[in-house]
Design a protein around this ligand. Structure first.
Ligand code: CP
Ligand code: NVA
Length: 302
């Protein structure tokens, strides 16, 4: 049966661990210049209803490195943009391609695509979740800290698609996750409650320094996500102080690492000093999108 990668919550922890192990192997091979056509002759359709730098390039290059062919589809220039239903698009595309990656607004667009497609569907970001990014983030932490055991993760900012995926990660790997959001910007209860029922240790607070206290991993994201551009001004007021800066580092673990999925707004959710500073793993994290997504594609489509 085909499998999809829509949410970290859909995957057993041992299989997520296997994806990390494969990502490490593929990364090492690629650094040595060794190539193997794991997906030779296969095609990935990539549907983008929102902008992208990292997701598009890493999936596209990853597919080429695996011997496959990536097909970039801008929703505006396909019939999807003119209202062709997902159920028709999914069935037609399944006759041509071996996998579909979709970046969209409503999460239901991803689940509908998966429901109607007979090929694997990968969530390249929805308003609810960004699982490929958090897999790359977890892999980056593993590279630097060797295990998640005994680590405390801290999220400062919006309870958005990234925060929701971090909650699913906390359920899968058992680490403590503290999220500091302004009031009214908490993560989605439809993600949080089932994750807690699965044993996730998640603390919600409105105090960034409480969340960061002795934390080993500090993480943030933009105050206004794609699709929320008109809320930018309102959010700038609501999120004032929800920033990773030198004060945050002062209360965190001295060996802490800093993550940001990018794009970043320096001076808003993170200072330039921290983004460019010695604790930042942000550019390794961006690179690891490539290696981890190659592992996800090989797992689903290989
Ligand atoms: N982090 C991330 O998904 O970046 P893009 O929006 O550039 O793809
Ligand atoms: N939360 C951000 C992540 C961008 C990669 C957004 O959805 O725009």
């Amino acid at each position: 049966m085909k499998r999809d990668f829509i949410s970290i919550a859909d995957w057993p922890t041992d299989e997520l661990d296997k994806i990390f192990a494969l990502a490490a192997e593929l990364k090492e091979k690629q650094k040595r210049g060794e190539t193997r056509p794991y997906l030779g002759g296969k095609t990935l359709a990539m549907i983008f209803e929102k902008s992208s730098t990292r997701t598009r390039i890493s999936f596209e290059v990853g597919m080429v490195q695996l011997g496959g062919y990536p097909l970039f589809l801008d929703s505006r220039s396909t019939q999807l943009g003119r209202g062709e239903p997902i159920e028709d698009t999914a069935r037609v595309m399944s006759r041509y391609v071996d996998g579909i990656m979709i970046r969209t607004f409503a999460h239901e667009n991803v689940t509908e695509m998966a429901r109607w497609a007979s090929v694997p569907v990968i969530n390249g970001l929805s308003d609810l979740l960004h699982p490929c990014q958090v897999m790359a983030d977890l892999f980056t932490v593993l590279e630097h800290k060797k295990s998640f055991r005994d680590l405390t993760f801290c999220w400062i900012g919006d309870g958005n698609n990234m925060a929701n995926s971090w909650i699913n990660a906390a359920a899968a790997f058992g680490f403590e996750l503290r999220l500091a959001t302004p009031k009214g910007y908490e993560p989605d209860a439809a993600v949080l409650e089932p994750a807690r029922a699965r044993g996730a240790r998640v603390l919600l607070t409105n105090d960034p320094l409480e969340a960061a206290h002795q934390a080993h991993v500090l993480n943030t994201d933009v105050w206004a996500s794609m699709g929320q551009e008109e809320e930018q001004l309102k959010r700038q007021k609501a999120f004032a102080g929800f920033q990773i800066n030198s004060d945050t580092l002062r209360v965190a673990d001295p060996e802490c690492v800093v993550l940001h999925c990018l794009p970043a707004h320096r001076g808003e959710e993170i200072t330039a000093e921290v983004l460019e500073g010695p604790h930042s793993l942000i550019f390794d994290e961006a690179e690891n999108r490539l290696h981890v997504q190659k592992a996800i594609m090989v797992t689903l489509m290989g």
